[in-house]
Structures are given as C-alpha cells and as structure tokens.
Write a protein that binds this ligand. Structure first.
Ligand SMILES: Nc1nc2c(ncn2[C@@H]2O[C@H](COP(=O)(O)OP(=O)(O)O)[C@@H](O)[C@H]2O)c(=O)[nH]1
Ligand SMILES: [Mg+2]
Length: 679
C-alpha cells in the first residue's frame, strides 16, 4: 500500500465532449500506465470501455484508472459530461479529494459548467480548469479565461499562458516561474519566451499574484512594496491555496496531441491534497482522519453488475484497512453484514487483485449483495453516519414492456438490477394506465440504461412515451331505465333498474347512492347494481376511466325466481353505457404544476416555451440560487413527455424542473384521437 501522503484521488469533470476521457488517456500514457494511447474514435480508451460508451463515442458511466509519477499514486475517476448522467457523477465525486475541470477553448460553452461548478464549490472540492482543445481552429484561451472569471470570480486565474493557438499552439509560459515551455513528442522542454509573450504573460502573472495575495498577507505586503516574490514562495502559496479551494488555477492543453500533460500531472501531484489533507466529514461534521489503524469506514461510490461475474462495488476507503475477504457492516441496510468476495484496483475494465486497501484507496469489492451506491460500510459494526449525496428527482420516463411474452416478474427483476447499478433510476407502476415506467434524468439516461439491460440480460424491451392517464366524464345528467330479461330453458334472468346520472364537481370522483323504497329492488341486489355501475364506469366510450359522476338507483323491479345478482349487475352496466353516450361525454386531461428553474437570461425563453405548450403561467420569482429564476405554470401532462430535453436545449443545459399532478381539465377536442386500450 502506498503511503497515504503520496495518494491523489482526482475526478475529471466538465461538459460533454470537452476531452476528459482523451485527457485521462494522455495522463495514463504519460505516466507509463498504458502503452499506446487509445482514442475515442477507435473505442480503445481505458475509461470508456463499456460497450455503450464505445457505441455512442462518449462516456455513459463513471470509469476508473490509476497511474503513478514521481512516486505519487494517482487514482482517476473519469465522469460522463452529459447532464443526464450528473447524478452518477455526483455520487462518484463523494470519493475524490480534488477535480480537474476540463473545458473547451470556447467561451460560449463555459455557461454549461455552471451546475457542476456550483456543486464543486458547495463541496469545497479543490479544483483546477484545463482549457483543452487548444489545437482546434478558433481556440481562444483569453476569452475562455474571461468567461470563466465572469462566471466564477477572480480567484479563477491563469497559471499558464499559451504560446500560440490552433495549429500554432506550441507551448505555454508558466506564470509562477515566468519560464517558457514548448511541447515536443509528448514531453515538454524549457524554451525561450517568444516575441509578444512576455508582455501579456507578465500581466497575467500580476493577476495571478494579486488573486493569491487575497489569501496571503506576506505576499500582499511584497506586492504593495513592489517586491518580486521568489518563485518558491509563489509555488508554495499556489499549493496551499489550490488545496484549500481558494485559488482555482487555469491550465492549457491539447489532449489529442498529448500537449500540456506533464504540467497537469505536476499540478495534480503538487497542488492537490492527499487524503491526509482532505479529510472527509461525517453527517455531524466531524472529521474522519485517514488513519490506517482506525476501524474501517468506506463509502460506495459506484456499482456495476456483470451478468457472469456479479456485482462490483467501487468504494473509497476513508479510514482503516480492509482485507480481500473483509466482513463489513452496511449501515444503510439495517447494519446487514456483508462479506467481500475480492478486492481489486480498476484500470478501466481490468481488475487487478489486491490483498489489502487502506485510507485513501479507491478500490472495487466483489459480490457485496444488497449494497448500493451511496451506502456506508464499516468494519466491526463501527457506527459512523456519512452525509448521503442527494439524488435529484427523475425528470424523464419511458414505459417499458417485453417485446416478447415473458413473465413480468423477470422484467421487474432485471429492471431492479438497473436501479441497483444506478440509484438515480426509478421504477414505477402508473396507477391509472398500469404501465411500468422507468424514470431517470433525461432521454439518454433512460435509453442507455435500457441498452445496457438488453446487452447484459438479453431481454428485448420495448419502450415508448408513457400513455397519458386521461379520464372521461359527463357534462349533463339523465335518467335511464334499463331492463335485462333473458329466458333460457329453465331459469330465466330478470332485472329492472332506474338510474339517475349527474355530473359531479371536478375531482369529486364517482359516487353511488340507493334511494329504493318499499323493496322494489331487494336489498341483497343493491350491491350488485353498484358493482355493475363501477365496472362499467372503469372504461368510458373512449376507453378511459370515467370520473366525477353521481349515480342514483331510484326505482326498479324484480322477479321472485329469475332475478339474480348477475342480472342486476348486467342491467346496471347497460344503463351506464347508454347514459354515457347521452350525457355529453368529454375527455379530461391531467394538468401538471411545473416549477422551472433557469438562469435569468433564459427566463423569457422558458415562458415562451411553456406558453407554446398550452401552459398557464402562474408566476415568476427569483430563485434562492443567485442568477436563477423560478417560473411556475400549469401545463397539460401530454406536453411534458420530452420537456426536459426541450428545456435543456433552450437553456444550454442549465434549466431544471420539478412537477406534480395538479388537476384534470377538459381536453381540447382536437388533441386526442381514439385511444389505445387501457387495461
Ligand atoms: N482537436 C482536438 N480534439 C480533441 C481534444 N481532446 C479531445 N478531442 C476530441 O473530442 C471528442 C470528445 O473527446 P472525449 O475525450 O470523449 O470528451 P469527454 O466527453 O469530455 O470525455 C473526441 O472526438 C476527441 O477525439 C483535443 O485536445 N483536440
Ligand atoms: Mg468522456
């Protein structure tokens, strides 16, 4: 086991496609952990090894890798950038001590990082920015830096200034030491400062020092007196201030060309804290010191299930030491005891067996049944409560059913495994339509989960937008006389009822009352009439349940021999069907109350979008989150099936919404055709 002070646990985060996975690959290659660098195009990178990642040429789940340099052991958590997978990223972030935020050298994309940076800041997780793709035509470091500073403040400062851009991107000036470095064959060499560079780099250095001086009185004094601080002091301050999340340095890179990698690895080694300097806290805010002798405390940060070899739980060891066959207590599952089926270090899909793991390690434990991502595991029943990562409510659903007739029980079992792997998914049975819904954080999230299930468990699932739970009702009242008379051989069937139908207020439901006097319908048959009414109202002329109707049984006849419960039930059902046709039946559609949160700049776009969905805007207020507004509206549920995707498109991925069922309103006549059966 490596000495704790020599460990670094780093997540690579940032928007979709910024180059995180490519950068991780370049770091692994530079540190000698892998031979040839894999590429996204060939599907050969270490961390994008899942078949779904390769098929979509993007990270669809969290990946793990490790390398070492200068005797520092670095564990890397590569995360998906797509907003749909942010919940998984959040759970993995609970296991690292710092983050590399990878962004494009493209200022207009910086706003997409806001949710992520807000999250890192709330965690006080030390981080730095890498402005990647500096080799791309139009790469613009200065504007990107400015956009970062405008979004996140002046403690975000350049520590490097690029030399050239696009096809001329050839190196950088290190602003702490004011030395120029040029890229050569995956390494970098000290060079001479080219023409324009010193002046611009000098100003950037002054900005860096000023930002750092905010946290360091000695440096402040030196600057005020016009003294040049020594390079080793600058480096020391930078380490301390980055490790304490005071300064957020900005670096440059071209991951595809391996440019900027040595400096990034150096930054991870020097500026980011080891587990000793980044203590995690329990739910009461008490520090958990990374002590190898303490009773073990682990947090599960990712779960994956392999159909053959079983479950793998990736854990961060916060303190203590565990063996490969350790028995652990799952404090989130009623202190259930679980036994490790093997301990591994992950290099992408490769599992390297380990005899032991100590504080700071990120390792995979095999076959921990009934253990989920986010759980706290401890040795010897030691009780420690860790704060749980809050998971956002799902915002997208698909109805799923097997394409072929296999039993429902197997489908539920398989879907439960998907949720076991990813607790931000949810499974629900829709109470009105009875469809099985898989819910998640966006179209991609749910679609990829289904792809994964199809691959792993060979189940062919059909999915579609959930059916809308429409209802039907009547708009006028009527009285119906219904007689059921049937003569077959011996015994006949006879029932005669008079039923009154009246509309009830919206939301009042169905009610039944008997006003029979004098026993014209004997008491024992009245429940059969009521049952016949309810059964017939379960499916109106358009196929949906009928709501908000009051039915009164007020007269009838019977026959001593031929009347039966069945006959009265049948007569009541006939009456209902006749009444529904006569009483101006209409369709009721569910209306959702939505609460949309988006940056103020997008508020009018959000309102326009909601209005276009027949939404009724109820109000607009500033959110608790600075720079964000909340719009409240009532919107027909049928308009919301893809709303999360449309909202994200309209708000650069920053809009979110929550909804709940509010009421039923009459549906506009042209909106719904005859419907598929609701069983
Ligand atoms: N030109 C250029 N392309 C890059 C660079 N880094 C990544 N890419 C490409 O950008 C795409 C997205 O990269 P990927 O590593 O999957 O990004 P991620 O979504 O952040 O993990 C891939 O096609 C990469 O080959 C870079 O520095 N320069
Ligand atoms: Mg990726």
């Amino acid at each position: 086991m490596a000495e704790i002070a020599r460990l670094r646990n780093v997540a690579f985060v940032g928007p979709h496609h910024a180059g995180k996975t490519t950068l991780v690959e370049a770091v692994l290659s530079y540190c000698g952990a892998i031979g040839r660098r894999g590429t996204i195009a060939e599907g050969t990178t270490v961390t994008d090894h899942e078949p779904e990642c390769i098929a979509h040429a993007e990270s669809t789940t969290v990946g793990f890798a490790h390398c070492s340099n200068n005797d520092i052991a670095i564990t890397i958590v590569d995360t998906p950038g797509f907003i749909d997978f942010f919940e998984e990223t959040k759970m993995a972030l609970a296991g690292v001590d710092a983050a590399v935020v990878v962004v494009d050298a493209e200022p207009s994309r910086i706003s997409q990082t806001q949710g992520l940076i807000d999250y890192l800041e709330a965690l006080h997780l030390p981080h730095l920015f890498v402005v990647n793709k500096m080799d791309r035509p139009g790469a613009d470091f200065e504007s990107t830096l400015l956009a970062l500073q405008q979004a996140y403040g002046r403690h975000v400062v350049a520590e490097q200034w690029p030399i050239g851009a696009a096809e001329n991107f050839s190196g950088y000036v290190d602003l702490a030491t004011m030395s120029a470095w040029t890229f050569a064959d995956g390494t970098e060499r000290q060079g001479t400062m080219p023409g324009q560079a010193p002046e611009r780099a000098g100003r950037a250095r002054a900005e860096l020092l000023e930002a750092m001086a905010d946290f360091d009185d000695h440096l402040m004094e030196e600057l005020l007196e016009g003294l040049e601080p020594p390079a080793d002091e600058v480096e020391r301050d930078l380490c301390a201030e980055c490790a304490h999340d005071q300064i957020v340095p900005v670096l440059v890179a071209s991951a595809a060309n391996g440019a900027g990698i040595p400096a990034l690895v150096r930054a991870i080694e020097h500026w980011f804290p080891s587990p000793l300097d980044a203590p995690h806290v329990d739910a009461e805010g008490r520090e958990i010191v990374a002590d190898a002798q303490a009773p073990a405390v682990l947090r599960v940060i990712k779960t994956s299930i392999h159909p053959q070899s079983g479950k793998l739980s990736v854990v961060r060891v916060l303190c203590g030491t565990i063996d490969a066959d350790a028995t652990l207590t799952d404090l989130d599952r009623g202190a259930e005891k679980v036994r490790s089926g093997g301990l591994y270090r992950l290099q992408g899909k490769k599992q390297e067996p380990l005899p032991q793991a100590g504080p700071g390690a990120i390792v995979a434990i095999a076959r921990l049944e009934n253990v989920s991502t986010g759980d706290t595991l401890t040795a010897n029943g030691h009780r420690v409560l860790l704060p749980r990562t809050a998971i956002a409510e799902p915002v997208f659903a698909l109805a799923v059913k097997p394409r072929e007739r296999i039993d429902e029980a197997k489908i539920s079992l398989v879907l439960a495994k998907a949720i076991d792997e990813d607790p931000s998914l949810r499974l629900e049975r829709e109470p009105v339509t009875h469809e099985l819904l898989l819910l998640g954080n966006g179209e991609q999230h749910v679609a990829i989960a289904l792809e994964r299930l199809a691959r792993k468990y060979k189940v062919d699932l059909e999915s579609h937008s959930p059916a809308i739970p429409y209802l039907e009702t009547i708009t006028t009242g009527t009285e119906i006389h219904s007689r059921y008379k049937h003569q077959t051989g011996g015994h006949g069937q006879f029932a005669d009822v008079w039923l009154r139908f009246e509309p009830r207020p919206r939301g009042a439901g169905v009610s039944f009352e008997s006003r029979i006097v004098g026993g014209v319908v004997p008491r024992q048959f009245i429940p059969a009439v009521e049952k016949g009414v309810h059964e017939a109202l379960a499916r109106g002329p358009a196929g949906y349940p009928v709501a908000d109707v009051h039915v009164t049984l007020f007269d009838g006849q019977y026959h001593d021999v031929d009347s039966s419960e069945q006959a009265f039930k049948t007569a009541a059902g006939m009456a209902v069907r006749e009444a529904l046709a006569k009483c101006g039946p209409i369709l009721l559609e569910p209306i959702a109350r939505v609460s949309v949160t988006q940056p103020t700049a997008f508020t009018s776009a959000v309102i326009a979008q909601l209005t276009g969905k027949r939404g009724q805007i109820l109000g607009m207020n500033p959110s608790d989150r600075a720079g964000f507004d909340i719009v409240e509206a009532d919107v027909p549920q049928v308009e919301l099936s893809r709303y999360i995707t449309e909202l994200r498109t309209a708000t650069q991925g920053l809009g979110t919404y929550a909804w709940r069922h509010e009421r039923y309103d009459p549906a506009p006549a042209n909106r719904v055709g005859p419907k598929a059966a609701v069983s």
